[in-house]
Design a binder for this molecule. Structure first.
Ligand code: AMP
Length: 473
């Protein structure tokens, strides 16, 4: 449908086309091919687009076009013409970086605004002209309260990753911001998913919006190879270190369910001689920025992240994502694996699944409408002491969306006594999948012949039958 469209056919101003060419983009992605003409036409837009689809350029390019070709009304310092609201600091920084990249041949100015950092440089920046303001809601409200920002000149409003903003409890903040914006303006709402809450927000905000959707709701990006290992929680850290060495992975993004778990895992990998950094909400902004930069430039091989911290991380062609624990909210699985295989590159996502996570796995498979391939581990023998780590099982959040905050913010341990009878044994994780392994999936190798296994395999039923209903996974 969109394959013949080129950037030059999209009627964008020449300096923008030059910046796109510099970025190395040849053709618009499907979301760009649909969103750019709609935004250029001036109406409101409701876009269902997942991360990795090129949605940022989808709204940034036409915004730059509008602002550079229309004169500002009553330009004043600290009075932006475009406001882009995003849920996280990382996403704010990345979106503003995109604004700068695509607008580098224009004389427009931009600013990023988020909390967790000193507010004074932001006060200073707001004393100059700011055409495009990229902000997280909390810090923006601070500035509104202190009257250091003037939103009366906003011509275009973008809510990016609106679903995540609602998940993070920003709805009241968003409403306070909306209340001070001029009535006449263009509104663009981007969201990966459409809950009833998002629809309510869209109904109140958008006027006769054009609706576009590039990836069907909650479908996993097709080009990502997805696979999983069945493994007791207590063996996961050793297994991950083994996999990184075995496959010689140089850049891996690993998701844990808790901040505590992220720290412990990064510590363990570093101890094993694999450079790793953790990124989560308890880290200062400068620590997060530093970790991300080290990961991007290759000086850190593994970035361990929680879901919210990872939202907005944009690393080109990230080859490997690992779910150290499955998320209890199935949509988060789609967001996580969307970190790989971005903008047309292939990627691989691997999940380490303990018995207790089987119900999460089922929910995810139901959502993505496919089963995730079980693979076997080659040459891994969990150390006998692995049992001792069984107290580090992440807290089991309540099932369903409401559990997200708890899992994210809570680093408590659970007692090993709460585990199933099989969970502390020394079974090699992959053996559970014997007979189910699929060659070529997720970069994992097919199981070697039994003789090559360091230990004698036990019968599958004895390995993972702790919970009724876990069979077949
Ligand atoms: P986003 O979904 O906005 O986070 O973008 C995902 C990635 O795709 C970013 O790294 C962009 O630099 C890249 N990208 C965006 N548009 C294009 C394009 N037309 N061609 C190639 N890469 C692109």
């Amino acid at each position: 449908m969109t394959t013949e469209i080129t950037f030059s056919s999209l009627a964008l101003a020449e300096p923008i086309l030059r910046a796109i060419a510099d970025a190395g983009y040849i053709t618009p992605t499907p979301i760009q091919a649909q969103a750019i003409p709609q935004v250029l036409a001036g109406g409101d837009l409701l876009a269902a687009a997942q991360t990795g689809t090129g949605k940022t350029a989808g709204f940034t390019l036409p915004i730059l076009h509008h602002l550079s070709t229309r004169a500002a009304q009553a330009p004043r310092p600290g009075r932006p013409r475009c406001l882009i609201l995003v849920p996280t600091r990382e996403l704010a920084a990345q979106v503003e970086e995109s604004v700068k990249t695509y607008g580098k041949y224009l004389s427009l100015t931009s600013m990023v605004m988020f909390g967790g950092v000193n507010i004074n440089p932001q006060f200073k920046a707001l004393k100059s002209r700011v055409d495009i303001l990229v902000a997280t809601p909390g810090r923006l409200l601070d500035h509104m309260g202190q009257k250091t920002v003037d939103l009366s000149g906003v011509e275009i409003l973008v809510l990016d990753e609106a679903d995540r903003m609602l998940d993070m409890g920003f709805i009241r903040d968003i409403k306070k911001v909306l209340a001070v914006l001029p009535k006449q303006r263009q509104n663009l709402l981007f969201s990966a998913t459409f809950s009833d809450e998002i629809r309510t927000l869209a109904n109140g905000l958008l006027h006769n919006p054009k609706s576009i959707e590039v990836a069907r709701r909650n479908t996993t990006v097709e080009i990502i190879e997805q696979s999983m290992y069945r493994v007791p929680q207590a063996h996961k850290r050793d297994l991950l270190a083994h996999l990184i060495r075995h496959h010689d992975w140089q850049q891996v993004l690993v998701f844990t369910r808790t901040k505590h778990g992220a720290n412990k895992l990064a510590e363990k990998l570093n101890k094993d001689g694999i450079t790793a950094a953790a990124i989560h909400g308890n880290k200062s902004q400068s620590a997060r920025t530093k970790a991300l930069a080290s990961f991007k430039d290759g000086s850190v091989r593994v970035l361990v992240a929680t879901d919210i911290a990872a939202r907005g991380i944009d690393i080109d062609q990230l080859p490997q994502v690992v779910n150290f624990e499955l998320p209890n909210v199935p949509e988060d699985y789609v967001h996580r694996i969307g970190r790989t295989g971005r903008a047309g590159t292939t990627g691989s996502a691997l999940s380490l699944v303990d018995d207790e996570e089987i119900s999460y796995l089922r929910d995810i498979e139901k959502l993505i409408k496919r089963s995730i391939v079980r693979v076997e581990v080659e040459g891994f023998t969990p150390p006998a002491k692995a049992d001792l780590m069984s107290d580090e099982r992440p807290p089991r959040p309540p099932h369903g969306r409401g559990g997200r905050g708890q899992g994210q913010n809570n680093g408590q341990r659970q007692n090993s006594g709460q585990r199933g009878p099989q969970s502390g044994n020394r079974n090699a994780p992959g053996r559970a999948a014997q007979g189910q392994a699929a060659a070529g999936a997720g970069g994992a190798k097919p199981a070697p012949p039994r003789a090559a296994q360091p230990r004698k395999p036990r019968p599958q039923a004895a390995l993972f039958s702790a919970k009724p209903g876990s069979r077949g996974h």
